[in-house]
Design a protein. Structure first.
Length: 411
């Protein structure tokens, strides 16, 4: 009897995976035709095939599997975000990127805490949790958009680098707030100390893991695993995340640092054979696409439409506050502080506008929904509306705004 129950559960999981994959492929093809970011369609499709409508998938009975998808998916996407960062370009705007991805996240999170507190009847710490989740931008969405729009390299690399760095910062801040909620204690000094330790340990583990494993797949004689480059890349994410977490560091930061090392191999005097490079590139990009599909479609399937409609108006007010108050203030403060970068008014205005919310906030929202953190229904409504509105409105107007501000490169 036990064996048959396990077999049925396994079969159901395989069916869910097949439905999600087919749905994701169809949404990806449709997004190319109608020029809307695929993650928007993933979310909407998740609602349609989930318990709210057709009931094709219901992940509520598979909490461990759901947690696994969200944790690994978000870690792997942070790794891919790190790979997109060019250290050479980053050097010229490093102060702005550092400020936007640290101070900028804190400013946005605390401004949003106040806006959410005014919009909802929710505890202060839960409002801060929601603010921390939606404060970061999304490299998984921004990179494809910037690859299709020829925007000046200085602005492009700054926005992409910020999105990759601040995803890690947002994930760390969210983890810290969850820890405070679960423990019921708050000490500013202790939590700042813990946050710094999480970052330092995460960076250290990421550096050591990334360099050691990358050397094992290099074209040098000690590159004994060069034929298994894609597998080693996936293992580097798992090992760095778990090792950093066990040591009390940030697993997300570790994965992000591994991605930076992998994307800037030449800076570390590491080269791969062309065969290893091509195989690794194809496999990790495919796995990244699968992770995005799984995270967004499953998140959509968990959206409670009754709760979403209940909190629709205040959620919209929160998103408006994020776009027109929190983001502009954080960008203005961070860019003014970096005199060396010599940002023009139009460049600052563009960075104020481009701030799509995506994969990591979606994954973090899924995690707190699974954990049933107090206020999770309100938080999930805020996150869903933020993702949907920022991706549709800001994602689809990036080229138009860049053109109006004179930031497009000539063909």
């Amino acid at each position: 009897m036990e064996t048959s129950i396990q077999t049925i559960a396994s079969n159901n999981l395989l069916i869910i995976f097949a439905i999600v994959a087919i749905t994701g492929i169809l949404c990806s093809k449709l997004s190319e035709q109608i020029n809307i970011p695929d993650v928007v369609l993933f979310l909407i499709a998740g609602i349609i095939i989930g318990p709210s409508f057709f009931k094709f998938i219901d992940i509520s009975s598979y909490q461990i599997e759901n947690q696994l998808i969200l944790t690994f998916g978000s870690a792997f996407i942070l790794y891919l975000g790190g790979k997109e960062i060019s250290l050479k370009v980053l050097k010229n705007v490093k102060a702005t990127v550092l400020l936007l991805s640290t101070l900028g996240i804190l400013i946005s999170a605390f401004i949003m805490k106040e806006i959410i507190g005014l919009s909802f009847e929710i505890s202060s710490i839960s409002a801060l949790l929601a603010g921390a989740i939606i404060a970061s931008t999304d490299p998984a969405t921004l990179v494809p958009i910037f690859n299709s729009v020829r925007i000046k390299d200085k602005v492009k690399q700054t926005v992409i680098s910020e999105s990759a760095f601040n995803d890690a910062t947002g994930a760390i801040l969210t983890s810290a707030v969850i820890t405070i909620i679960l423990s019921g204690k708050f000490s500013f000094e202790e939590n700042i100390y813990n946050l710094i330790i999480m970052i330092i340990l995460g960076v250290t583990v990421g550096l050591i893991t990334g360099i050691l494993l990358l050397k094992l797949i290099s074209d040098k004689p000690y590159g004994v695993l060069r034929d298994f480059a894609p597998i080693v890349s996936i293992l580097s994410v798992i090992i760095s995340y778990e090792l950093a977490t066990k040591l009390g560091g940030s697993g997300y930061m570790a994965c992000f640092i591994v991605g930076i090392i992998n994307g800037n191999k030449k800076n570390f005097k590491i080269w791969l054979t062309q065969r290893s490079y091509d195989t690794d590139l194809n496999v990790v990009e495919t796995l990244g696409t699968v992770c995005r599909m799984m995270i967004f479609i499953i998140l959509g399937s968990q959206v409670n439409l009754h709760v979403l409609m209940k909190y629709l108006l205040p959620s919209l007010l929160v998103v408006v506050g994020l776009i027109f108050i929190a983001r502009p203030i954080s960008v203005l403060i961070c860019t003014i502080c970096d005199k060396k970068a010599k940002w023009s008014r139009n460049e600052i205005l563009f960075m104020m506008w481009v701030r799509e919310t995506g994969v990591i906030p979606a994954a973090l929202c899924g995690i707190i929904t699974t954990m049933k953190i107090p206020g999770y229904e309100i938080i999930s409504s805020i996150v869903f509306m933020t993702i949907l509105i920022t991706l549709i409105i800001q994602g689809s107007t990036t080229k138009y705004i860049a053109g109006k501000l004179g930031l497009l490169e000539e063909e």
